[in-house]
Design a protein around this ligand. Structure first.
Ligand SMILES: Cc1cc2nc3c(=O)[nH]c(=O)nc-3n(C[C@H](O)[C@H](O)[C@H](O)COP(=O)(O)O)c2cc1C
Length: 204
């Protein structure tokens, strides 16, 4: 049975375009695959904290040497990683904030990118441990960062997300980017994103 982890990260609720588009994809997917197990985490409306010094100490301490303080510090990270690894597909929706991602998504990534759990390191270098997974990222941007546009070189969102999820082993990543949402071309952009969702859902 397919198991999808659906993550929303916009702090906006009904007004969020990225949430709405991800929901549309999930519904289209569920129509065709009603058996799919879908776990939902709303990082936008239920934010997680940031990592701190105790967490960093725990990250680099072998589990058999954990103190009760380190166990407590790493608990949320372990829960998020367990949830992440249990899924075989990911639907991630995110706004573009300041050319990149919202802080809560960066925090989530800081929690789940962990040695021994999602990546390994040896004499040959780094190796992602999250293999045989698929990811769909749906982004919402106020301006136009589409390929060939003037702002395209300033898109640090898609390259960052590709890099960090590739790093932990996820290489099959598709993006549906809704650009120009803060312009008079919003409706056209949303229609194009919905068409991309419609086209992808049957073959993802
Ligand atoms: C703090 C903040 C930073 C933003 N930075 C950018 C940006 O760098 N580039 C851009 O195109 N839009 C930017 N926007 C606009 C959002 O990407 C746009 O409104 C998007 O629709 C938000 O996603 P949502 O509708 O899912 O909440 C920013 C918005 C906020 C609130």
């Amino acid at each position: 049975m397919t198991h999808i982890l659906h993550l929303d990260t916009s702090p906006r609720a009904e007004q969020s375009h990225s949430r709405m588009l991800a929901q549309e994809f999930i519904e289209k997917w569920r129509d065709r695959h009603p058996q799919t197990k879908i776990i939902y985490r709303d990082l936008g409306l239920n934010p997680i904290p940031y990592i701190d010094a105790t967490w960093i100490k725990a990250k680099f301490t072998p589990p058999d040497q954990y103190t009760p303080e380190l166990v407590a510090a790493i608990k949320l990270s372990d829960e998020l990683i367990d949830e992440f690894l249990a899924a075989d597909r990911y639907v991630l929706s995110t706004p573009m904030y300041n050319f990149s991602i919202p802080a809560v998504l960066k925090s989530y990534i800081d929690y789940i990118v962990r040695p021994r759990r999602t990546f390994a390191v040896d004499a040959n270098g780094f190796k992602g441990l999250v293999t045989d997974k698929k990811m769909l990222v749906i982004t919402a941007r106020g301006s136009d960062f589409s390929p060939g546009s003037a702002l395209a070189p300033l898109d640090f969102q898609e390259p960052f997300l590709r890099t960090v999820f590739n790093f932990i082993g996820i290489t099959d990543i598709q993006f549906i980017n809704a650009n120009k949402l803060n312009s008079n071309l919003r409706e056209q952009s949303l229609a194009e994103a919905k068409t991309a969702i419609q086209d992808l859902a049957p073959c993802w």
